[in-house]
Design a protein around this ligand. Sequence first.
Ligand code: UDP
Length: 238
Amino acid sequence: AATTTGFTRIMLKISGEALMGDQGFGLNPPTVERIAKQVKTIHDLGVEVCMVIGGGNIFRGLQGSAQGMERTTADYMGMLATVMNALAMQSALEALKINTRVISAIPMDQVCEPYIRRRAVRHLEKKRVCIFAAGTGNPFFTTDTAATLRASEMKCQAIFKGTQVDGIYDSDPKTNPDAKRYDRVTYDEVLAKNLKVMDASAIALARDNALPIIVFSLSAPGGLAGIVQGEGKYTMVT
Ligand code: UDP
């Protein structure tokens, strides 16, 4: 089954912070459940779903290294944080009867599957949601880069980046009431104007693979299903 906009396989990227609710730290189970329900709405449309969840609600490498920790060690801790988030999301999705695999860039066989590209593709074909954990497996990268990398490998048609706001603005809409939202923007504009979407390596990788990035609000009125079907407000980077 295809959606009206024709998406049959997508990457959904959410930050770790999206899972913490208003707690300010860690995991808030009702919030995780709410996002899982959104994922179910697109899974029900027949869309094959890949996910990457950040780790910022638990640990960020840069924070650790600012406090004197060795950067690479801190980054590995950040990657491990994403595994915890992925397991929480798997649990919430499976409670909704959606078969889900957590696939880690760093092998940890007792916890989840290691990343094997062809195996992951097969899971998607069988309509299992694939949550790619542990980022790219390398320090000095982010989960935005991981989402772009896996989306390219899985041949996703787009990356849907769920945020707190309904797209990309020319300035911060939370502080500037005159901030203007872009409907469409190019990768090069994002890089040149240093628009806060994803880090530069993720944008460059998406550009090189002609992978559109759709920035939308996780609390969009029509939900994720609406956005995937081209409804509501969002910004598309192409
Ligand atoms: N990280 C990393 N390599 C990767 C992905 C993530 O080293 O390929 C580490 C990095 O320290 C990062 C942390 O994991 O700060 C959490 O990921 P991120 O900051 O992207 O999470 P988000 O901001 O999306 O919650």
